[in-house]
Design a binder for this molecule. Structure first.
Ligand code: SAM
Length: 231
């Protein structure tokens, strides 16, 4: 299902290698910590979490910076990531925090592969999030449809990503070349996100700015929300 053919840059493999390499230092990256805090603040403003009932899927969950902060508000969280080392850090974090494994853990999976473990399980979630990651996936249309496919009827998808920006601004904040892991650079407009969400069958589209970074230098980010119709 993924669009990787011979001779075409393999973003999935490039991301796996990159994040495997940096996983052990990721929790100390100031911009990652700061943006995850601003992300959680926005999600808590947009969605009324019901601790007793909400099951959450965190796609491209990284080391669990966001999952950890959302855990007090949900019944369970499953993280999924392409990098085994990021998944290992996520599960270590869960152990350190004393979270029960059955309610907080991550697995490694390539969700764009037809036979991936999560699709096979048939599990559906009340909330699906994909934060600071959608632009790593080769096809935005494909990953948005996949994210929506894991929602229960009436469930909500949240995507956090960068707003449209000039390449020079990106280069000023991320001086190291990240083109090999970024399948889509330049940011995503409200119109583009709306089109992606509606193409995946979601309704009630919202596109809202993430609070601006105060302590670090970051690009402008947004949170997009869409809901899977109840019937
Ligand atoms: C910038 S980090 C964001 C991590 C986390 N969502 C957060 O906000 O702290 C991007 C994450 O996307 C993951 N990723 C990249 N491509 C992926 C893919 N094809 N499938 C699953 N995860 C992927 C990386 O391994 C990495 O953990």
């Amino acid at each position: 299902m993924s669009g990787n053919t011979a001779g075409v840059h393999n973003y999935i493999r490039a991301n796996e290698e990159h994040y495997d390499r940096i996983a052990s230092q990721y929790n100390d990256v100031p911009i990652a910590i700061d943006r995850s805090e601003r992300t959680v603040k926005s999600l808590l403003e947009l969605y009324v979490f019901d601790k007793a009932n909400i099951t959450l899927l965190d796609v491209a969950s990284g080391t669990g910076l966001i999952s950890k902060m959302l855990f007090p508000y949900v019944r369970s969280i499953l993280g999924v990531d392409i990098s085994q080392n990021m998944v290992d850090e996520y599960n270590k974090l869960g152990d350190t925090e004393g979270f029960p494994k059955e309610a907080f853990h991550a697995i490694r999976a390539d969700l764009t592969a037809d036979d991936n473990e999560l699709a096979r399980s048939g599990k559906k979630f009340d909330v699906v999030i994909c934060c600071s990651a959608i632009y790593h996936f080769p096809s935005l249309e494909e990953i948005t449809r996949i994210l929506a496919s894991f929602l229960k009827l009436g469930g909500a998808l949240f995507v956090v990503a960068g707003k449209p920006v000039e390449p020079e601004v990106v280069a000023s904040i991320f001086p190291h070349n990240v083109n090999h892991i970024l399948a889509h650079s330049g940011g995503l407009s409200e119109e583009r996100m709306k089109c992606l969400f509606e193409g995946a069958g979601l309704i009630g589209f919202i596109y809202k700015d993430l609070p601006a970074a105060q302590k670090v230098c970051d690009l402008e980010f947004f949170v997009a929300e869409g809901v899977k119709p109840s019937e």
